[in-house]
Design a protein around this ligand. Structure first.
Ligand SMILES: Cc1cc2nc3c(=O)[nH]c(=O)nc-3n(C[C@H](O)[C@H](O)[C@H](O)COP(=O)(O)OP(=O)(O)OC[C@H]3O[C@@H](n4cnc5c(N)ncnc54)[C@H](O)[C@@H]3O)c2cc1C
Length: 432
C-alpha cells in the first residue's frame, strides 16, 4: 500500500548536504546517472505532473508522461492562497492510471480516485507495483510467482563466494530454490534481516557483511501528518494534487534544509475524531471533517550506524532508531503552521492536530545495505551487487546512502531499472 506520490530526489541530494542535525553524505553516483531511469520509472508508473513548477525540481530530459491532475474544489483555492502568501505550490506528481475514452480526450474516466496512501485500490487506478510491474510480468510464460512463500535464508557454495540456494518456507514446508543470479528485494528492514539470518561458517556475521554494515544506517525520514481544521469547506475527495518544496533547501529563518510538504489522502471522521480527542474533545469530527486540510511533512533522516536492524536470539527483528535531524522537521511544521495561519485568517484561523511518526512508522524505510565503491564501508557495489558475493544483488530501498526528503518509491524504481539494465547486460541479453 503506498500513496503514489512519485517525486525525484533533487540534484543536491546526491552531494554532501549540511543539515540542522548533522551532515547527509554524498551518494556514490550522480543525479545524472539516475536521470534517464527516473524518466523510465515515471513512464512506467504513469506519473501525472507539470515540469518547471517545482521550485527545486531537478533537471529532467523527458516530460512527464501525463499532465498534472486538476485540483478539486478546496485545493484549487488553497493553492491560490498559498501562492498569494509568496510560496510556490506545485502539482504533486502522482502515479495514476486513468482510463482514456476512445477519442483520447481526458475527463470521461469512470474512476474517481479517493484516498490512496494506506488503502488498497480495487479499481487499479493507483499505479502501484502490483498493477504496473507484477501483473504484466506474470503475463510472460517464463515468470513464476510463489505466493505465501517466505525467504528464510540464503545458502552459499563451500567457498562462500556465490549464493547457491534460497531456503523458502511455504505452507509449513521448506524448499530450496536455486538460480544463477539472486536478486533480493524484501524492503530495507527485511532484506537486512534476511542477510543476517543467512550467517554461516564462511559468513559468521551474516551474508555480505564483511564490512559490518549490514542492517546499519537505517533511515525512514522524519514524517508526520498535520491537519488544519478550519471553517473553510474542503470539498476535495482526492486532494493529493498539491506540494510545497519552498523550504526544501532553506527557509527565511533557516540557512539549512527543512523538507517537503504535500497533501495526503483525505482522512475519515473516525481518524479525525481520534486526533481531536486528546486536546479538542469539544470539536465534533462529523462537522470538522468538511473543513479539514490534511498535510504530510517529510524532513531528511540522517544515517547513523547505531540506527540498525539486528536479530534477537529467536531470529525475530530488532529495530533500533534514535531520531536524527528533528530540528528540521519541527521547524518545517512551525513554518507550515505560520503559513496556514495566514491562509486561513479570514476563516477565523485553524485548529491543528496530527501525529509524528515514531519508530513504528517504517513506511519510508531505507539505508540498511548502503551502496558504495568501498567494500569496507558499504555492503553493495555501484550496481547494487554485494561486494562479498558474485551473484547476489539487492534492488529495494536498502541501497540508499542518504534519504533526501522526498518520498522514496520513484528512486527505488529508477534504481531497480538501472540495476536491471546491468543484469540484462551481464546475462548477455537486452531488456525484455
Ligand atoms: C502507507 C504508505 C504510503 C506510502 N506512500 C508513498 C508515496 O506516496 N510515495 C512514495 O514514494 N513512497 C510511499 N511509501 C513508501 C513506499 O511504499 C516504499 O518506499 C516502497 O514500497 C519500498 O519499496 P521496496 O522495494 O524497498 O520494499 P517493499 O515495497 O516493501 O517490497 C518488499 C516486498 O518483499 C516482501 N518480503 C519481505 N520479506 C520477505 C521474505 N523474507 N520473503 C519473501 N518476501 C518478503 C514484502 O512482503 C514486500 O512485498 C508509502 C508507504 C506506506 C506504507
Amino acid at each position: 500500500m503506498f500513496g503514489a506520490a512519485l517525486l525525484r530526489l533533487r540534484e543536491s541530494d546526491f552531494g554532501e548536504v549540511r543539515h540542522h542535525g548533522g551532515v547527509s553524505p554524498a551518494w556514490p553516483i550522480a543525479y545524472a546517472d539516475l536521470e534517464p531511469y527516473y524518466g523510465q520509472a515515471e513512464e512506467l508508473y504513469s506519473v501525472h505532473g507539470a515540469r518547471g513548477t517545482d521550485p527545486c525540481e531537478p533537471r529532467a530530459s523527458t516530460p512527464y508522461p501525463h499532465p498534472a491532475l486538476d485540483h478539486e474544489p478546496g485545493i484549487r483555492e488553497l493553492f491560490a492562497d498559498l501562492a498569494a502568501q509568496g510560496t510556490r505550490p506545485f502539482p504533486l506528481p502522482v502515479g495514476i492510471r486513468l482510463p482514456l475514452p476512445a477519442d483520447g480526450q481526458r475527463g470521461a474516466s469512470p474512476v474517481r480516485p479517493s484516498r490512496f496512501d494506506g488503502y488498497p485500490d480495487p479499481t487499479e487506478s493507483k499505479a502501484d507495483a502490483q498493477v504496473v510491474a507484477l501483473a504484466p510480468a506474470l503475463s510472460r510464460d517464463n515468470v513464476t510467482l510463489l505466493t505465501r512463500a517466505r525467504a528464510e535464508r540464503l545458502v552459499t557454495d563451500a567457498a562462500g563466494g556465490r549464493v547457491t540456494g534460497v531456503v523458502v518456507e511455504r505452507d509449513g514446508r521448506r524448499e530450496t530454490l536455486s538460480a544463477d543470479l539472486i536478486v533480493v528485494a524484501c524492503g530495507a528492514v527485511n532484506s537486512a534481516a534476511l542477510l543476517l539470518r543467512s550467517a554461516s561458517d564462511r559468513h559468521p556475521d551474516g551474508l555480505a557483511n564483511s564490512s559490518g554494515q549490514v542492517g546499519r544506517n537505517y533511515m525512514a525520514h522524519n514524517n508526520g501528518a498535520l491537519v488544519a481544521v478550519t471553517r473553510r469547506k474542503n470539498g476535495a475527495r482526492f486532494q493529493k494534487t498539491l506540494a510545497l518544496t519552498d523550504f526544501y533547501r532553506a527557509a527565511p529563518d533557516s540557512d539549512l534544509p527543512l523538507g517537503c510538504v504535500q497533501m495526503m489522502g483525505r482522512m475519515d471522521e473516525g481518524e479525525l475524531a481520534g486526533l481531536l480527542a486528546p486536546d479538542h474533545p469539544e470539536i465534533d469530527a462529523r462537522t470538522a471533517i468538511h473543513g479539514a486540510f490534511e498535510f504530510w511533512l517529510t524532513a531528511e533522516d540522517l544515517p547513523d550506524p547505531d540506527n540498525r536492524v539486528t536479530l534477537a536470539a529467536d531470529g525475530s527483528i530488532v529495530l533500533n532508531r534514535r531520531p536524527s535531524n528533528r530540528e528540521a522537521y519541527d521547524r518545517l511544521k512551525a513554518r507550515l503552521i505560520a503559513l496556514l495561519d495566514r491562509v486561513f485568517a479570514e476563516d477565523g484561523g485553524a485548529v491543528y492536530v496530527g501525529y509524528d511518526l515514531g519508530i513504528g512508522g517504517v513506511s519510508h524505510q531505507c539505508g540498511t545495505l548502503r551502496f558504495g565503491s568501498d567494500p569496507r564501508t558499504s555492503v553493495l557495489d555501484l550496481h547494487c551487487r554485494a561486494h562479498d558475493l558474485d551473484n547476489l544483488h539487492v534492488v529495494d530501498g536498502s541501497f540508499f546512502p542518504a534519504s533526501g526528503a522526498v518520498n522514496p518509491a520513484l528512486t527505488i524504481a529508477a534504481n531497480a531499472l538501472r540495476v536491471g539494465d546491468h543484469l540484462a547486460a551481464r546475462l548477455g541479453r537486452g531488456r525484455p
